[in-house]
Design a protein around this ligand. Structure first.
Ligand code: BG6
Length: 521
């Protein structure tokens, strides 16, 4: 029985040629958790809906609680109806997929459970046709990642010659360089590096992938993309939500581990990297790692000047009350965890020497948006000397806004003459994805990432050396913070754009954060 629907009218591609997913049994560890419900199962459903799953496909959910296959399927159906990003859910497709979903009860730290799983993998009806092609998805708490990999190996389920066993690992990948190295070593002792897929869901976003197209499929920007023409770069991932129910995890992680080490560094390296030799996974990942390697570990002295951290106090955002971070559920009352971080980095290479990259991210901020702003150098002021009369005081440097979300698009700001006045004023030239003539279905990040892992395409996953380089830099921030005897972190008001120190970080060199369109009066 087919679990795919290939309706040419509805069929959408994730790539120019739809990838051929091989027959596979996917095992989701942490199958009753939030991630499975919100992201993974809706993603599998959409792959089935878009004809991207092969006929021979099955999913096994591995979790601790006792449950029958039918109960598990019902739970997933409920979650799908709530979290599917397309509505209504096509129940015919779901039922077909659900018939190939099974439940397996086991403890993640029990080696015997993996032995039984190995038997189950061979016993399900689809096994005869699929053979030993497994995708193991670790959607569990991070402390189980290493153990699960070891147990899979002991049960003969790790990757070895003649099989196609792949492993997806969720974030966070380690909590510092030492733990990330240890985890890399453990995973690599069970799976080949090419079979390990470390998820950073930002790489699954269409507009993040577009960074490569925008930079290398156009010739007009590349000559300007360097220290001669660019004054500085700003990367912002701003969230309006607080930590909500994730206080337990977040209080250990903070913004630096939760966002900076991964999502912001992905945007940073894709913006700064050199053109890869080709679009294959290793060429692209080599260039991203080179960017990180070109950032020397900052001294504590320079970090003290170039890094800002803060925590949100309570308040209202859009009429919704947000408690102060320390009042959030499962957060320590005297927590010193940062919910906002801003930092200035410099890449010491030929292209970028002397160009600051300002990165910031925070929760409970004034608006929800992710963007990259490239600020070009000011033109020489010989013609439009500063002064109210010429209007030069209103003149801004040209800038390019790459909008990752929402209102995905690209905008260029440049100066024009104000009609009937001897004045210049900045105007915007905007491209908006939603107003372009693209009639393609826009997949969610997890759909794209799942397909790529299923076909063994690693470009959109983080390589071990990339993870380690990112930790090297984030560790240096933590080293500084450990040494600082701060009693209380600076607080910022909910619904602001962070603490005043974040503005000062740029003001010191005569710069300012670019105001996003939603905050312009
Ligand atoms: C996750 C973080 O990785 O990314 C969350 O753990 C954060 O704290 C989320 O809210 C943001 O992702 P997105 O896709 O909503 O920008």
């Amino acid at each position: 029985m087919s679990i795919c629907k290939v309706d040419p009218a509805e069929h959408s591609t994730l790539a120019i040629a739809p990838p051929q997913v091989p027959p596979t049994i996917a095992v989701i560890f942490g199958a009753t958790g939030d991630l499975t419900h919100r992201k993974i199962v809706p993603a599998f459903y959409h792959l089935a809906k878009n004809g991207l799953l092969p006929d021979d496909f099955a999913i096994i959910g591995f979790a601790r609680r006792p449950k029958s296959d039918d109960e598990f399927r019902q739970d997933l159906e409920k979650a799908l109806l709530e979290f599917s990003h397309t509505k209504p859910v096509d129940m015919e497709i779901w039922k077909k997929l659900a018939a190939h979903i099974y439940y397996f009860q086991g403890e993640l730290d029990d080696p015997a459970a993996y032995q039984k799983l190995a038997e189950k993998l061979k016993a399900i009806p689809e096994a005869a046709k699929i053979g030993e092609n497994y995708l193991f998805y670790l959607a569990t708490a991070p402390n189980y990642f290493g153990e699960a990999a070891k147990n899979l190996k002991a049960a003969g389920l790790s990757s070895h010659a003649g099989t196609r066993h792949r492993l997806i690992v969720e974030k966070p990948f380690g909590e510092d360089l030492a733990s990330a190295r240890e985890l890399n070593a453990t995973l690599q002792s069970a799976f080949e590096e090419r079979d390990i897929f470390r998820i950073d869901h930002y790489l699954g976003k269409e507009t993040v992938q577009n960074l490569i197209y925008f930079r290398f499929a156009n010739s007009i920007y590349e000559p300007l993309w360097n220290r001669i023409y660019i004054d500085h770069v700003q990367i912002t991932v701003a969230e309006q939500v607080g930590v909500e129910s994730r206080g337990g995890y977040y209080d250990e992680a903070g913004a630096s581990r939760d966002m900076l080490q991964n999502h912001l560094f992905q945007l940073f390296t894709l913006t700064a990297m050199e053109a890869p030799a080709s679009l294959d996974a290793e060429s692209i990942r080599d260039e991203k790692v080179k960017v990180l390697r070109s950032i020397p570990t900052p001294s504590l002295e320079s970090l003290a000047k170039n890094v800002v951290r803060a925590q949100y106090g309570g308040g209202f955002i859009g009429g919704k009350a947000i408690p102060a971070y320390r009042q959030e559920e499962k957060v320590a009352h005297d927590s010193q965890t940062e919910t906002f971080v801003a930092a200035r980095f410099e890449i010491d290479n030929w292209r970028w020497h002397g160009v600051p990259f300002y990165l910031r991210t925070g929760k409970a901020l004034a608006a929800q948006f992710t963007e990259i702003n490239i600020i070009f150098k000011q033109p020489p002021s010989v013609l439009f000397a500063a002064g109210a009369e010429s209007g030069a005081s209103r003149m801004q440097a040209n800038s390019l806004r790459i909008r990752i979300q929402p209102n995905e698009g690209i905008g260029l700001s440049f100066n024009v003459k104000v009609p009937a006045k001897a004045e210049a004023e900045p105007v915007d030239m905007d491209f908006l994805y939603k107003s372009a003539q693209f009639d393609h279905y826009l997949p969610e990040a997890y759909e794209r990432l799942l397909v790529d892992a299923l076909v063994g395409e690693s470009t959109l996953f983080t390589r071990s050396d990339e993870v380690e380089q990112a930790w090297r830099l984030v560790d240096s921030l933590h080293e500084l913070w450990k040494k600082q005897t701060v009693k209380n972190l600076p607080l910022y008001a909910c619904g602001s754009m962070g603490p005043v120190e974040s503005d000062q970080l740029l003001e010191r060199s005569g710069r300012a954060w670019i105001v996003p369109p939603e905050l312009k009066k």
